[in-house]
Design a binder for this molecule. Structure first.
Ligand code: 5GP
Ligand code: ZN
Length: 304
């Protein structure tokens, strides 16, 4: 059995994740959720003094905003759209007949105005743009959302629906790149506190197709994306548990985000992969939280 499915089986056996019959779609047990809640409190302890505006969006976003974002140009393979039955009585009868004979009943489903959120920050940009120019000193936002990416896998660290906690910063180039650097430093310190081995490396997003290869190379050459890597199912191929993204003025220009002086805002976002961090903890310290090292338990606020 490979390392990925054996970790997944151990998580199922311990009731930490719950099998749904679909790869990458899991229920979470109470103890797993509690680890995530405690780690989020640790994030709050680090970021809470920065004055970020907290917002929570549901895991679906406005399809028009999704279209404007350009996601389908870069990552069509990952997107998930919400479709619904929109017909009348006759259509309903033929739908039920399709289901009865086991043919594809989803063909007649129609796209709704909602698509699944691909990253926690996507609903933010149009929201902030609608407010007009950013205040002096820029903007800082605290987000958390379930995100969808269509990439079924038996690696528990590759899920189709997972939570991302993000801070997003908008302002001048210097302001947002300082923000990104400060979270790289904080991320290293936080993971050290919970006993995880980390490395930070330059990275790229999984841009689609041949044209995507160029975009990925460009992103790497310009150091636009870094990831904080932690061993989960493999020490040789550690998993990205945080990412640190500098968008230059691309999102500012796309959404019309401007600074007080009228110039286009630069943006950066920092994302914590909450399930991946919990998985890294279980993989490193074992399935029994009561047996985790005392210093790790203390950092997460477990009773002595
Ligand atoms: P990014 O937008 O950089 O691809 O994702 C941000 C963070 O979300 C990643 O650093 C990672 O921690 C988490 N993430 C990305 N893809 C997956 C996934 O397939 N499954 C899980 N559990 N987390 C993911
Ligand atoms: Zn983001």
């Amino acid at each position: 059995m490979d390392m990925q499915s054996s970790l997944l089986d151990r998580l199922f056996d311990a009731g930490l994740l719950i099998d749904t019959g679909v790869e990458g779609l899991y229920g979470r047990g109470g103890a797993f959720e509690d680890v995530i809640a405690r780690f989020e409190r640790m994030i709050d302890a680090y970021g809470g003094g920065d004055g970020a505006e907290a917002m929570r969006f549901p895991p679906g976003m406005n399809r028009a905003h999704f279209e404007t974002s350009g996601y389908m140009k870069s990552f069509p393979q990952l997107a998930g759209t919400v479709h619904s039955f929109c017909g009348g009585d006759l259509d309903h009868m033929s739908l039920l007949q399709c289901m009865e004979v086991g043919s594809d009943w989803t063909q007649e489903q129609k796209a709704t105005d909602i698509v699944l959120t691909p990253a926690a920050c996507y609903p933010l940009y149009p929201t902030i743009a609608r407010r007009g120019p950013l205040p002096a000193g820029g903007g800082l936002y605290d987000l958390q959302s379930y995100c969808f990416r269509h990439e079924p896998s038996n690696d528990p660290a590759r899920q189709q629906l997972f939570r991302m906690r993000e801070y997003v910063c908008m302002g001048t180039q210097e302001h947002v790149t300082n923000f990104r650097q400060s979270w790289m430093d904080r991320g290293l310190e936080m993971m050290d506190k919970v006993g995880l081995d980390v490395a930070i490396d330059v990275a790229n997003d999984p841009f689609f197709g041949r044209a995507g290869r160029m975009l990925a190379n460009n992103q790497r050459d310009q150091n636009l994306k870094f990831e904080l890597l932690i061993p989960v199912t493999s020490a040789a191929k550690p998993t990205a548990c945080m990412s640190f993204n500098y968008h230059q003025d691309a999102f500012g220009a796309k959404w019309g985000l401007t600074l007080e002086d009228g110039s286009v805002a630069h943006t950066a976002c920092v994302g914590f992969g909450l399930e991946r961090i919990a998985l890294a903890l279980f993989s490193r310290h074992g399935m029994e939280i009561a047996e985790w090292p005392q210093a790790v338990r203390e950092a997460l606020g477990y009773p002595g």
